[in-house]
Design a protein around this ligand. Structure first.
Ligand SMILES: CC[C@@H](C(=O)O)C(=O)SCCNC(=O)CCNC(=O)[C@H](O)C(C)(C)COP(=O)(O)OP(=O)(O)OC[C@H]1O[C@@H](n2cnc3c(N)ncnc32)[C@H](O)[C@@H]1OP(=O)(O)O
Ligand code: CO
Length: 134
């Protein structure tokens, strides 16, 4: 069911500072910031030869990353995103096996304009999983 790792996400308290670290200290290519109100985050993508790093900063009062940052004030690894060919088939298989698909179970449009879903971290060894259909 799982394809390539699309991105690894890091929640950060200060997106501008984190972007500068990756660009200026680590010498990486970074995208412009993209605000995604439906997801409650602003993101910057760091482009790597084999995958991407997604830097996430909270946006708005109900950001899903606010509680995570309250527990990890200097930031931390937040989720890993795997590519899938058929997100609805993946969702149905996961639901049947007892895994919790977050939200109402319907995919939302993610940062790349593709359908995404999230799986509860407690069902996957303490790791929040995002699935993205290419
Ligand atoms: C830009 C769009 C998109 C993309 O295209 O790439 C994105 O990536 S958006 C990214 C942000 N969106 C999301 O994270 C959506 C899914 N997340 C959620 O629905 C919630 O954050 C959550 C995972 C259900 C947690 O919410 P909540 O239950 O309200 O928070 P708690 O603090 O009570 O957490 C319960 C429990 O789970 C642990 N936890 C929370 N987040 C993580 C995490 N990222 N990784 C590992 N574990 C996590 C948390 O510590 C709690 O555990 P206990 O303390 O042991 O109870
Ligand atoms: Co993501």
């Amino acid at each position: 069911m799982l394809g390539r790792v699309n991105h690894v996400a890091i929640a950060v308290p200060d997106l501008e500072a984190a972007t500068a670290s990756y660009r200026d200290t680590l010498g990486a290519t970074v995208s412009a910031p993209q605000s995604l109100p439906e997801h409650g985050v602003t993101v910057v993508f760091v482009e790597l030869p084999n995958t991407k790093i997604e830097l996430l900063e909270p946006l708005g009062a109900d950001s899903p990353i606010a509680a995570f940052l309250a527990k990890n004030p200097s930031g931390g690894m937040h989720h890993i995103c795997y590519e899938v060919d058929d997100i609805l088939a993946a969702r149905d298989r996961l639901t049947e096996s007892g895994a919790r698909v977050l939200g109402n179970g319907e995919p939302k449009t993610g940062a790349h304009g593709k359908p995404v879903l999230f799986l509860h971290p407690k069902d996957f060894n303490g790791t929040l999983i995002e699935l993205e259909q290419l």
